[in-house]
Design a protein around this ligand. Structure first.
Ligand SMILES: C[S@@+](CC[C@H](N)C(=O)[O-])C[C@H]1O[C@@H](n2cnc3c(N)ncnc32)[C@H](O)[C@@H]1O
Length: 256
């Protein structure tokens, strides 16, 4: 019975995540048809908006950084059943974003406004490309494991959880963090940048830059030399122009 309930919970957490992800695209792109976006919502004075928005980005960053750490997971799974640990993380991450959407205060002062129609189309193309990279990277790594569905399904079938495995598919051959690179592209690619959007983009980019060393420390711990050597060969967010030195032993191609 518990196993079925875990699947239901995992499925619900996934659906909430996916709806939140779609809303995030509309929020960042200031797209029509949604009640609040980075540039549309309750107006207020600039200083209050700045403090509130910074707090919301901080809340999101703290939730992500703390709950994703191996040390936290070890303590957390004493309370939360292991098969749903990832789903609970996904749910909390979605809630942190929903709070950000609900309480975000726009700061409408323009920072840049591109008017050339060709340039505007190119920028919207980059925006779409960023989200496409984000979504496709989740499938390259393992979409269903990343969002907790694989864990609850394996538990339902009585199968042991899969051990972590180093992977280097497609984008991951170019950069170590394509998903984060996709987010950064999507956050910055706007033809009309306002002060509020700029705060969001700078805050989220700084969060990503702070989070990467923590994530990589866990990945080296979980995947060992494979990830340590990968770090020496492949760029973090930008592809390296120089080839790895001949002293770096090539890894076997595991994911072509
Ligand atoms: C939210 S994803 C982000 C992945 C990566 N930082 C990126 O930007 O593409 C984080 C999870 O992806 C997995 N991961 C990241 N890189 C990996 C790799 N090269 N091989 C296997 N798993 C990886 C780990 O399980 C990690 O906890």
């Amino acid at each position: 019975m518990a196993r079925v309930l875990f699947v239901v919970f995992g499925g619900l957490a996934y659906l909430i995540f996916f709806a939140t992800f779609l809303y995030l695209i509309a929020f960042v792109g200031d797209l029509p048809g949604v009640p609040r976006t980075v540039d549309h919502g309750p107006a207020g004075d600039r200083i209050t908006a700045f403090i509130v928005d910074l707090g919301l980005i901080g809340l999101f960053g703290l939730q992500h950084t703390i709950m994703a750490r191996q040390g936290f997971k070890r303590g957390w799974t004493a309370i939360v059943p292991k098969p749903v640990e990832r789903s609970v993380y996904v749910l909390f991450a979605s809630i942190a974003l929903l709070i950000l959407f609900a309480f975000w205060r726009p700061i409408p002062q323009p920072v840049w406004a591109v008017e050339n129609p060709l340039a505007v189309s190119v920028i919207w193309g980059l925006f779409a490309l960023g989200w496409l990279i984000v979504l496709s990277s989740t499938f390259l790594i393992n979409h269903f494991e990343l969002f907790g569905l694989k864990q609850v399904y394996q538990n339902l079938r009585g199968a042991a959880p899969s051990p972590p495995r180093f992977r280097q598919p497609f984008f991951y051959r170019l950069v170590r963090h394509p998903l984060y690179a996709g987010f950064i592209i999507a956050f910055w690619a706007t033809p009309e940048m306002t002060l509020g959007h700029l705060l969001f983009s700078v805050g989220m980019t700084i969060y990503i830059l702070i989070a990467i060393p923590y994530e990589e420390r866990d990945l080296v711990g979980a995947l060992g030399d494979d990830y340590a050597s990968y770090r020496g060969r492949v760029g973090m967010l930008f592809p390296r122009l120089r080839r790895a030195s001949p002293s770096t032993p090539p890894l076997e191609a595991r994911d072509s």
